[in-house]
Write a new protein. Structure first.
Length: 206
């Protein structure tokens, strides 16, 4: 509707979070919702069966339409089972930019897609702490296996290709006595006969 679209424009333009309420536990069949008092602004204080859900919605405001990131992550903190099993303590949701934003105009529907994660207690579990902070045992094992595979490939290449080639070249050098292509020691001095023939004259000297 027109009022809802302009309300969404306000949220996106001012980076204001949206809020709603979710039940802390599944309702029984005999549960009745409390009546709202129009003189009270915050209706969440009327019943402890609800908790606020804060939604941080991101998008861009255009002249004729909106671009809204409708894919959101939702985090839910459940109370410890030893204290209040099945009770939600807190909840929040925020937009993510893994997919292109949804373009909407007045009258369009805006469905939200949530990726939900549950956490027991009030503390978030330790995990990825940024770039360079995610070194685990699996990472070290992967590095060791990669180094071992590279070393094995080098050994196989040296023993199967490089070492036989060097042995063949060494055997050739020993058989030829260091002579390469008619040269002595590779210096280009050819061994040949002199162009002057040596003979003995059969005459008497004067």
């Amino acid at each position: 509707s027109d009022p809802m679209f302009h309300l969404l424009e306000f949220y996106v333009h001012n980076d204001a979070p949206m809020t709603c309420r979710i039940p802390t536990r599944p309702f029984s069949a005999s549960y009745k919702a409390p009546k709202e008092d129009p003189s009270i602004e915050g209706q969440g204080s009327l019943d402890d069966e609800y908790i606020p859900l804060i939604i941080a919605l991101t998008g861009t405001l255009q002249l004729s339409h909106l671009h809204v990131s409708s894919h959101l992550n939702m985090l839910l903190h459940a109370a410890p089972k030893s204290v209040s099993p099945g009770v939600i303590d807190a909840a929040t949701a925020y937009s993510i930019s893994t997919r292109p934003p949804t373009r909407i105009v007045i009258g369009d529907a805006l469905p939200f897609t949530f990726s939900i994660r549950w956490y027991s207690g009030q503390q978030l579990p330790s995990g990825w702490s940024g770039v360079g902070g995610h070194i685990y045992a699996s990472t070290l094992i992967y590095c060791l296996l990669s180094a071992g595979a590279a070393a094995a490939i080098c050994i196989v290449y040296f023993r199967g290709v490089e070492l036989p080639r060097r042995l063949r070249n060494h055997g050739k050098d020993r058989m030829t006595g260091g002579m390469e292509g008619g040269r002595l020691g590779g210096y280009g001095y050819a061994v040949g006969t002199s162009s002057y023939a040596l003979g003995s004259a059969g005459g008497k000297r004067d």
